[in-house]
Design a protein around this ligand. Sequence first.
Ligand SMILES: *[C@@H]1O[C@H](CO)[C@@H](O)[C@H](O)[C@H]1NC(C)=O
Ligand SMILES: *[C@@H]1O[C@H](CO)[C@@H](O)[C@H](O)[C@H]1NC(C)=O
Ligand SMILES: *[C@@H]1O[C@H](CO)[C@@H](O)[C@H](O)[C@H]1NC(C)=O
Ligand SMILES: *[C@@H]1O[C@H](CO)[C@@H](O)[C@H](O)[C@H]1NC(C)=O
Length: 381
Amino acid sequence: MKWLVLLGLMALSECIVIIPLTKMKTMGEILSENNLLNIFMKEHTYRLSQTSTGNSNITSLPMRNFLDLIYVGNITIGTPPQEFRVVIDTGSSDLWVSSIFCTSPACYKHNTFKYNESSTYRPTQETFNIIYGSGIIKGLLAYDTIRIGDLVITDQPFGLSLEEYGFESAPFDDILGLNYPRMSAIGAIPIFDNLKKQGVISEPVFAFYLSKCRGKDSVVMFGGVDKAYYMGELKWVPLTQAGDWRVNMDHISMKRNVIACSGGCHAVLDTGTSLIQGLTSLVNNIQRLIRATPHGFKHYISCFAINILPSLIFTINGINYPVPARAYIFKDSQGHCFTTFRGGTEQDNISETWVLGEVFLRLYFSVFDQGNDRVGLAQAV
Ligand SMILES: *[C@@H]1O[C@H](CO)[C@@H](O)[C@H](O)[C@H]1NC(C)=O
Ligand SMILES: *[C@@H]1O[C@H](CO)[C@@H](O)[C@H](O)[C@H]1NC(C)=O
Ligand SMILES: *[C@@H]1O[C@H](CO)[C@@H](O)[C@H](O)[C@H]1NC(C)=O
Ligand SMILES: *[C@@H]1O[C@H](CO)[C@@H](O)[C@H](O)[C@H]1NC(C)=O
């Protein structure tokens, strides 16, 4: 309660920094124009976390799915500032950028950071590897000034890529992770923790509004919550465990029948994942229930079904969050409709896990409250 009042005051004192996000033409769309989508999907199937290579230098992260939809925002690195398009990702904790050292094809397709043109750049000899489900980054740890809108963070550790695989057609230059330090593959203090430590924000809170249309209007806000982006009250959910944006979910139902998560499960709120992902067997069951048929790596469905299929209801902390058919079915550029459910989370060792990506987060404004280790959800405007 106290916190909500505080947020109200902060809105008045204009402490909230709002960064516009742009919804991009998606990798899925870009690739299907080239008829490469199926090849790409075959090579980049969903892998949540840990690949056991036995190499202690390699740290794995839950994957970001860059297919279908993506939201990017601009940040700058260095002095004078160099601008980059970043995916702002609540599923990972690191910031990395393509560097001029990098000779991988992906690096020629993106803005690269010119360390030699920044007066505040500070190099190290430390190397890192990050494995995402859809790619691998190898690089060097460095320090420099980062600007996110009006927020300035000095001496922020970040990664300079030396090699990049799997990001060739990514419509962004870098990934900026907003998860807890525990999830950092680089092992450096994440941007958000540095923002808190350097006293740049007054409340350790950030929030996402992801608009439903391509174009402008989507935002990530730091330091507070702007009530203009949601309706009704925020409903708070404690994290399953401080240190990851993961909460307990009660069940998933359709027309009052529980169809997944029957004994309770985990839900990960992930702005770096486009779709809704769960255990392959349960996802296949949902596809069967709605009569979606597999073709290649997607499940297709009659576009008419959008008008008749019931909502899928995610119940979290006793509150129902319906996702209607118009949200969980997409239409591709050829006018074919496909579902946005994917399997693969069985590789998450912890429990039955569902990743609630942008399909869910477009419907529900989401607040990430690091101070109280909880998330807030409310119907987005
Ligand atoms: C980000 O920067 C690019 C140019 O580098 C610009 O075209 C785009 O509009 C910017 N996006 C936002 C959200 O400010
Ligand atoms: C890990 O990195 C260190 C230093 O770069 C290197 O000496 C060592 O061989 C690496 N270990 C493996 C298993 O690759
Ligand atoms: C920095 O390095 C890049 C790539 O090697 C080069 O193109 C650029 O001219 C250099 N800038 C300065 C100021 O030397
Ligand atoms: C998965 O869980 C098993 C048993 O609890 C454990 O031995 C194994 O190391 C875990 N694997 C990973 C990748 O965390």
